[in-house]
Design a protein around this ligand. Structure first.
Ligand SMILES: C[S@@+](CC[C@H](N)C(=O)[O-])C[C@H]1O[C@@H](n2cnc3c(N)ncnc32)[C@H](O)[C@@H]1O
Length: 233
């Protein structure tokens, strides 16, 4: 039987190799790995956040080369709760990424707790909801189109338990930021300060510099506002 320490060490080793050497194969695009991946520092912060939550079940949108998925997997292996589950959604993992991210998760031994759904999140998330899946946390780094982020958050709000966590990557993109703002302004999502301390990256809405990753706490209990209370965002 493998100990928690051995499982975590194996994930760390694969994460370290990915950072040092890059993935075993990439798409035929200059700097593809660096462009699409969440940087190591933010992945470490994401891992630490999931550990401090004691997360057991996590939904992730967007696998690519698995930088963030390995960090979440490291957190789940560290917390080591009995029913750990990591649901990962990415319709392009096979077709575009030749399963590079999934193979890395497998080599880290994380396929024992991870499930890959090869469908767009707008189809996978309602399916999870209909199955009654309840998560402690979610990480969103998928299509980045406004309407798709908005729909992801719509379903994740129902899948993640009240008081749970939703973490957004690339909030400095106006398309992502605007979608998230609806939930912050209207549905009681509160920013967790200092979840991602350090530098700001990129130019956000109105040309201001914004944070790349943002973590939100869902209200507990959850509530449905009246349409009359709508706040423009
Ligand atoms: C920026 S990458 C994710 C990078 C990953 N978080 C990491 O750190 O390695 C975005 C991913 O979202 C996926 N994606 C695009 N549209 C999607 C959709 N509708 N549903 C789910 N995933 C989607 C892409 O295939 C891509 O793998």
């Amino acid at each position: 039987m493998t100990s928690t320490g051995e499982c975590v060490a194996r994930v760390r080793e694969v994460r370290g190799r990915l950072v040092r050497e890059g993935p075993p194969r990439t798409r035929d695009r200059e700097g593809d790995f660096e462009t699409v991946s969440v940087p190591e520092k933010h992945c470490d912060q994401l891992r630490d956040l999931m550990i401090s939550e004691g997360a057991e079940k996590v939904v992730e949108v967007g696998l690519a080369y698995a930088s963030s998925a390995l960090a979440i997997g490291e957190a789940l292996a560290t917390v080591n709760r009995p029913l750990s589950r990591h649901i990962i959604i990415d319709p392009f993992q096979e077709r575009e990424y030749s399963n590079a991210g999934w193979d890395l998760l497998r080599s880290a031994g994380l396929d024992s707790i991870a499930t890959l759904m090869l469908t767009p999140s707008s189809i996978a998330l309602p399916r999870l909801l209909a199955e009654g899946f309840v998560a402690d946390a979610a990480f969103v780094d998928g299509s980045h189109r406004f309407h798709e982020v908005f729909v992801d958050l719509y379903y994740l709000r129902k899948i993640v338990r009240p008081g749970g966590l939703i973490v957004i990557d690339d909030d400095w993109w106006p398309s992502v930021h605007t979608a998230v703002q609806y939930y912050e302004q209207n549905l009681g999502w509160t920013v967790i300060p200092d979840a991602f301390p350090g530098e700001t990256i990129g130019v956000g809405p109105q040309g201001g510099r914004g944070a790349r990753c943002k973590a939100y706490r869902l209200p507990d209990p959850t509530f449905e506002p009246s349409f009359e209370d709508f706040r423009a965002f």
